[in-house]
Design a protein around this ligand. Structure first.
Ligand SMILES: *[C@@H]1O[C@H](CO)[C@@H](O)[C@H](O)[C@H]1NC(C)=O
Length: 539
C-alpha cells in the first residue's frame, strides 16, 4: 500500500513540477511554427489567418496577414472570422445546457414533436413522430439538404417557425438513424426546440447561456453588416485569382443556428478551453463534464465517401489520423492514437477548424479568409493543425515546408479535377415552355427566363444565386452557376465549366407544371418546385 501511495505522490509531484514549468511552446518551436505558417500562407495564397493555441492553462494567439486585401489592414487577435458550420458545435452544446437547466425534462432522446407542443410534419409519419434532438444534432435523419436551397438560403423574411412548418418539403435521401447527411434545416429545428421551450430566440440563448458566461463577448451570432470595422473580408478563388465575396451571402436568415457565428482568436481561447473541459468554464456554464462528453461522443460512422477523404491510414501516411464517427456537432478522429473531437467549415471564402486533444489539454483553432486552392479547402488548415498539434505535444512534425505546399500529395495522389466538355441537345419543347416562376413553400421562388447572354439557354435567379441552364435533351437541363458563384463553376484555370445540379422538368400535356432538382449532380431524391400561374410582368 505504501508503495502505491508513494507512486501516487510522486506522480502528483511530477504533474506539479511540469505544471510550474509549463509553457505553450519553446521559443524555438514557436519560431518554427510561425515560419511554417508564413510559408503555407505564401504558397497557398492565403491573405489573412487567425490562430489560437491552447495547452493546459497556457494559450497564445497568432494573428497573421491581412484582413482586407484592398486596404492592407492587418489581422489582429480581435479580428472577426466566420465560423460557418463550427456554429453547430456551439448550438449542440447550447442544447445540452438547456437539457440540464430543464432538470432533465428535456432529454437528447425526447421526441421533438412532444417538445414543441404542436404537430411536426416531416416527409413521413415515423420521422415526424420519432425524430429526437439527438437525431437532429447528429445529422442522422436521412433528410435531403434541400438541394439548391442549401446554397440560396431561405427567403430572408421567413421566421424560424415558418421554416419548421414547411419541413415536409424535404424528401428522404437516406435511412433514418443510419445515414449521415449534413442538414442545416434540421439543425435549425433543434435550435427551434430550444426557442419553443424557453420562449427566447436562439440568438439570445446563445448569448446569455453560453457566450456571455464564457466571456466570449466579441463573438457574434447576428450582424447587420459583416463589412463593418473589425470583420475580416473574405476572398474566393476564381480560376486561381482571389476575388472578394459579396457580403450579402453571409445572411443565413432563419438558418443561423447551423452557420452564423463570427469569432476571433481572443474569444476562442475561452472557446477551446471550455470544449477541452476546463472545470471553471464548465461550472460557469453549469454543464457537468459527462454531458459535454456526451455531446462529443461519436455514435454514427461517416459514410464511406466521407471517410475516404478524411482517413489517413498508416499504410499510406507517416502518421495516422482515422475518422471514428460523428457526434453532436463534432467529428471524432483518432490522431497519433489520441481521441480528437473536431469540426471544420469552408464557406464563402472562409475556412475554419477547431481541433481538440482533451486527454492532453491541447486545442487548436485556425481560420483563414481565402486561399488559392479552393477545391481542397481543408488541406492548408490540416498542414498547420497537424504541425501545431505535434509541436504542442512534443512530437516531431511530419509535414515539412515542401510537403505543406503539396499536401495531401505526395502521400496520396489528388484526383484529377474533372475537365469534360458536355454535349447540349435540343430540349423536347421550345425554350419558352420552360420559362416561368417555380415555387417551393420551404425553399422559395426560382425564376427562369430565356438567357440574354447564352444561346439556347435559360437564366435562373433564386434569392442571391444566379446561373444558366443548358439543355441536355428531353426535359433535362444542367445548371451552371454564375454571378457571385462563378468560382463554383470554374474553380481551376483552363478547365471546362462544371455543372452544379441537374433540373428535371415535368410536363402535363404541353404544359410545364414543375421542376424537380435532385440533391446533387450525382442524383438523390429531388426537391420539387411547382410552376406558379403566370403573372403579367409589369414594365
Ligand atoms: C520533406 O518531406 C518529404 C516527405 O516526407 C521528404 O521526402 C523530403 O525530403 C522532405 N524535404 C526536406 C527539405 O526535408
Amino acid at each position: 500500500m505504501a508503495s502505491v501511495a508513494t507512486i501516487m505522490f510522486s506522480l502528483g509531484l511530477m504533474t506539479m513540477l511540469s505544471a510550474t514549468k509549463a509553457e505553450l511552446l519553446s521559443s524555438e518551436d514557436e519560431q518554427r511554427l510561425v515560419s511554417f505558417v508564413n510559408h503555407v500562407m505564401e504558397c497557398r495564397n492565403i491573405p489573412g489567418l487567425t490562430m489560437t493555441l491552447v495547452k493546459g492553462k497556457e494559450h497564445k494567439t497568432f494573428p497573421m496577414g491581412v484582413s482586407n486585401k484592398e486596404t492592407g489592414e492587418k489581422v489582429d487577435s480581435s479580428t472577426l472570422f466566420y465560423l460557418g458550420s463550427l456554429t453547430q458545435s456551439f448550438t449542440s452544446t447550447l442544447i445540452a445546457v438547456l437539457t440540464q437547466r430543464s432538470g432533465n425534462v428535456i432529454h437528447f432522446d425526447s421526441p421533438i414533436s412532444q417538445l414543441i407542443g404542436g404537430e411536426l410534419r416531416l416527409t413521413n409519419r415515423v420521422l415526424s413522430e420519432e425524430i429526437t434532438l439527438r437525431d437532429a444534432l447528429m445529422h442522422r435523419t436521412g433528410l435531403s439538404t434541400g438541394s439548391i436551397g442549401s446554397l440560396t438560403g431561405l427567403p430572408k423574411a421567413m421566421s424560424r417557425g415558418e421554416v419548421i412548418n414547411h419541413l415536409k418539403h424535404l424528401p428522404l435521401l437516406g435511412v433514418f438513424r443510419d445515414d449521415f447527411s449534413f442538414n442545416q434545416f434540421i439543425y435549425t429545428l433543434a435550435a427551434y426546440v430550444g426557442e419553443k421551450i424557453t420562449g427566447t430566440s436562439w440568438e439570445k440563448l446563445m448569448r446569455t447561456h453560453l457566450l456571455d458566461r464564457l466571456l466570449m463577448s466579441s463573438t457574434l451570432v447576428e450582424a447587420d453588416d459583416v463589412t463593418a470595422p473589425g470583420f475580416a473580408r473574405s476572398y474566393v478563388s476564381n480560376q486561381g485569382v482571389l476575388k472578394p465575396i459579396n457580403p450579402k451571402l453571409f445572411d443565413a436568415g432563419p438558418l443561423a443556428p447551423a452557420s452564423f457565428m463570427f469569432s476571433n482568436a481572443d474569444d476562442m481561447i475561452k472557446g477551446l478551453k471550455f470544449f477541452l473541459g476546463a472545470p471553471n468554464l464548465l461550472s460557469q456554464v453549469q454543464l457537468p463534464p459527462p454531458v459535454l462528453e456526451e455531446v462529443m461522443n461519436p455514435r454514427l460512422l461517416l459514410p464511406v465517401g466521407f471517410r475516404a477523404t478524411l482517413d489517413k491510414s498508416s499504410y499510406a501516411w507517416p502518421v495516422s489520423d482515422i475518422s471514428v464517427g460523428y457526434a453532436m456537432g463534432f467529428f471524432r478522429n483518432i490522431y497519433r492514437g489520441m481521441q480528437v473531437p473536431w469540426h471544420a467549415s469552408s464557406t464563402h471564402g472562409f475556412t475554419s477548424i477547431m481541433w481538440l486533444v482533451p486527454e492532453r489539454s491541447v486545442g487548436v483553432f485556425i481560420s483563414i479568409n481565402g486561399q488559392k486552392y479552393s477545391t481542397t479547402p481543408l488541406s492548408s488548415l490540416q498542414t498547420i493543425t497537424y504541425t501545431a498539434t505535434d509541436l504542442l505535444l512534443g512530437e516531431e512534425p511530419w509535414i515539412n515546408e515542401t510537403t505543406a505546399c503539396t499536401f495531401p500529395e505526395p502521400w496520396i495522389k489528388m484526383p484529377e479535377f474533372p475537365d469534360v466538355k458536355l454535349d447540349t441537345k435540343d430540349p423536347d419543347h421550345a425554350l419558352e415552355a420552360y420559362v416561368g416562376t417555380f415555387g417551393n413553400d420551404l425553399l422559395g421562388d426560382m425564376i427562369l427566363r430565356k438567357s440574354t447572354t447564352q444561346d439556347k439557354a435559360l437564366a435562373m435567379v433564386m434569392a442571391d444565386v444566379t446561373g444558366y441552364l443548358v439543355p441536355e435533351g428531353g426535359n433535362i437541363f444542367r445548371l451552371f452557376l454564375d454571378g457571385d458563384f462563378n468560382h463554383l463553376r470554374q474553380p481551376e484555370e483552363g478547365k471546362q465549366p462544371l455543372p452544379f445540379l441537374r433540373f428535371f422538368f415535368d410536363f402535363k400535356a404541353k404544359e410545364c407544371v414543375a421542376v424537380k432538382v435532385p440533391d446533387s449532380i450525382f442524383g438523390g431524391s429531388p426537391v420539387t418546385f411547382h410552376k406558379k400561374p403566370d403573372v403579367k410582368e409589369e414594365l
